[in-house]
Design a binder for this molecule. Structure first.
Ligand code: NAI
Length: 267
């Protein structure tokens, strides 16, 4: 059974929703009959994704909204929250997912570090700070899903700025979950989503130098759903891609009670 926040007619907001994992997630939410807002800084991709999503959403009769946003800018994220509240009345599921991986070097240009941390880490902080208080006020069950990376846990050699940004996302999500647990009346929880390797624009560019080789949203959905047990979206954390030496419970601790209770984690 999906989490109550993912009920039909509820509202999901996905940053970086114009492509890859974000668009796949948006399609999944729409297929559950949720109203969906995809936010992205790539305006043309966003329009195309909006069209694809509207087609996919018909079955669930969901409404689709698109919003051009740069998540590294706090004011853009504030505007996003206002726009969603105006259109749909509030947010039940926030997926802070926008991310970049242009490559980085330890002693490389500071601006590159700032850009990567600005999108990957500050984007998550902005989203959570702006949306969480409104979600608490709404008084309904809610989910905040922050997209991390196993690189934020294993810190492999190379691409230090990306690794640091994703380690920050993990730490921030844990801190947020602590706070939410201690906030009276808060029915929302924070989840760290660690995708395994998914063939998207981000990874196709970085690893194969063939951006066109990225999977279609449908292929991405199929692939991710293949890894899911029981059809629950928030368990799209495919643990099979995490190195065995790591303790999965520790990695996904921040994902809160629901994920901690997953049978897959006690295997
Ligand atoms: P993608 O490149 O297909 O999607 C990322 C989206 O974020 C794009 O639509 C892009 O326009 C948007 N974006 C970039 N900067 C933005 C900004 N400043 N404001 C708003 N939107 C912005 O890549 P993918 O793979 O779908 O990545 C999604 C998330 O998953 C990222 O956070 C990435 O780090 C993470 N991830 C991906 C993995 C993979 O195997 N593809 C593995 C682990 C983590």
């Amino acid at each position: 059974m999906p989490h109550p926040a993912m009920s039909p007619n509820n509202v999901a907001v996905i940053t970086g929703g114009a492509s890859g994992i974000g668009l796949a997630a948006a399609m999944r939410f729409a297929s559950l009959g949720m109203n969906v807002c995809i936010a992205d800084h790539d305006a043309s991709r966003l329009r195309e994704a909006g069209r694809q999503l509207s087609g996919a959403a018909q079955a669930g009769a969901a409404n689709v909204m698109i919003k051009a946003v740069d998540v590294s800018r706090a004011e853009d994220v504030t505007e996003l929250e206002h726009a969603v509240r105006e259109r749909f009345g509030g947010t039940d599921v926030l997926m802070n997912n926008a991310g970049i991986q242009p490559g980085s070097e330890m002693f490389g240009p500071l601006q590159n570090w700032q850009r990567i941390l600005g999108v990957n880490l500050w984007g998550v902080i902005h989203g959570s700070q702006v949306f969480a208080p409104e979600m608490i006020k709404r008084g309904r069950p809610g989910l905040i899903i922050n997209t991390g990376s196993k690189q934020g846990i294993t810190t492999p050699p190379g691409d230090p700025a990306y690794n640091v940004s994703k380690a920050g996302v993990k730490a921030f999500t844990e801190a947020l979950q602590h706070e939410l647990r201690n906030t009276a009346g808060a029915k929302i929880s924070a989840h760290l989503f660690i995708p395994g390797f998914v063939f998207t624009g981000l990874t196709a560019k970085g690893r194969t130098k063939k951006p066109d080789a990225a999977w279609t949203p449908e292929q991405t959905v199929d692939f991710m759903i293949e890894r899911v047990e029981a059809g629950d979206f928030y368990i799209l954390c495919p643990d099979n891609d995490v190195p065995r030496k790591l303790d999965e419970r520790r990695i996904l601790w921040a994902a809160g009670d629901i994920v901690e209770n997953r049978p897959a984690l006690s295997r």
